[in-house]
Unconditional design. Structure first.
Length: 404
């Protein structure tokens, strides 16, 4: 039987992971919580950004987890992006997270304690690997949330504006070079999906790897469904993320007219943080209600029934889908939205490739109660069987110990 060895783990985050309101924060926070519950000593050091300020305390998170942070202004700046384009070979996405102050804080943390594992949450923290090597004997684990270049190549393919399309293509190529340059500079690789693991192998990864998907604490998994006579659609996610903006506009322009034409009573509720000023104006249609950032995302989800995830680009796995399925919500998404999850279409969720099929899928779960119940029950069972947080954290613990 596996005997858990208590390890000291430093989790380095590109944003403050608490409160866990978006997919990335949920992925980081839940794993930290799972590792701590498994018996390890988990410290977090995070980059505090304008979009993710640090208002946490150990009482908020867990008694043995604290989140010290260093502020970096990662706000996207057109002049800085153009300067980066001309003077640097490092992608602007990565350059925004490089800071002497954060480097100093990281080195100080490394010198204060002997860590077994330093876990980097994402590609754009790779520039700090040199500092870790020079100041610690810990194994460096790169936890990859996405194949980053894939997101930008997909945005490039879908973009209509010539200037944006050109910039997205240049940026995607830069990120691809950066991603390949990072290959094998870590000690351990933790892809978040099996699909991403295959891509890393294609890029030449030779280091030990273990796929650990984002889990849900067992006490957050629903026991059953709420069946309402009038079912409401909703979207919940970060509204500053370009793939989410693109997807919502696609849904409102191409799918919503078919749905609203078939029923004047249908409702679509949109919520998320960091929404640009222009987006609510573009989705202001009869039946669509914009909520902005909601105080309690779980309460917002509880008031709705069918989660719309209309992604046309993106990468990794959609953590918000896993979270919604754990709550017994019905998912209607695209093939890209379902990527990274072993979802069986029409068994766990509706997966539609075009506007017509998307609208038809929504109408079926609005009108067919038996099918609605079947999908919801299958979703909850799927999460219980595959995405329990403590089980996934225990698997990662075994992998780490085997590679120390």
């Amino acid at each position: 039987m596996f005997q858990n060895k208590k390890m000291r783990i430093l989790q380095v985050c590109n944003k403050v992971p608490f409160p866990p309101k978006d997919g990335g924060s949920i992925a980081m926070y839940n794993l930290a919580l799972g590792l701590a519950q498994t018996g390890h000593e988990v410290d977090i050091i995070a980059i505090e950004t304008p979009k993710h300020p640090n208002h946490t305390s150990s009482e908020d998170i867990a008694p043995n987890i604290k989140i010290p942070s260093i502020f970096i202004d990662t706000t996207v700046s057109v002049p800085k992006a153009l300067k980066n384009l001309v003077l640097s070979r490092t992608p602007y996405n990565a350059e925004r997270f490089i800071s002497p102050d954060f480097r100093l804080a990281l080195v100080t943390a490394l010198k204060s304690k002997q860590y077994d594992i330093v876990q980097l949450e994402g590609l754009y923290l790779a520039p700090y690997m040199k500092d870790i090597r020079e100041n610690s004997t810990a194994k460096i684990a790169l936890r990859s949330h996405n194949i980053e270049n894939e997101i930008w190549f997909r945005l490039y393919e879908n973009e209509k504006s010539f200037i944006k399309k050109l910039y997205f293509k240049i940026l995607a190529k830069r990120i691809l070079r950066f991603e390949k340059k990072v290959i094998n500079t870590y000690d351990l690789l933790i892809p978040i999906t099996y699909r991403d693991a295959v891509e890393y192998q294609k890029y030449g990864n030779k280091k030990p790897g273990k796929v650990i998907q984002t889990g849900i604490p067992v006490n957050q998994i629903a026991d059953g469904l709420k069946i309402r006579k009038k079912r409401k659609l909703y979207f919940l996610g970060s509204l500053d993320w370009l793939p989410n903006q693109e997807g919502i506009l696609w849904f409102v322009r191409n799918v919503w007219p078919m749905l609203s034409h078939s029923s004047t009573e249908i409702e679509f509720h949109v919520a998320g943080r960091n929404c640009p000023e222009w987006l609510p104006r573009l989705i202001d249609k009869p039946g669509i209600k914009f909520h902005g950032e909601v105080e309690n995302a779980n309460e917002f989800a509880a008031q709705n029934d069918i989660m719309i995830v209309p992604l046309l680009s993106g990468g990794g796995m959609r953590v918000k889908i896993v979270e919604a399925m754990s709550q017994g919500k019905i998912i209607v998404t695209t093939p890209i939205g379902a990527e990274g999850l072993d979802i069986i279409p029409n068994y766990h969720a509706i997966v539609a490739e075009n506007p017509e099929d998307f609208a038809t899928g929504v109408q079926i779960v609005l009108e067919n109660t038996d099918f609605f119940i079947k999908l919801g029950e299958n979703s909850i069972r799927f999460i219980k069987n595959n995405y329990t947080n403590k089980v996934l954290a225990a698997e990662l613990s075994k992998f780490y110990e085997a590679n120390l």
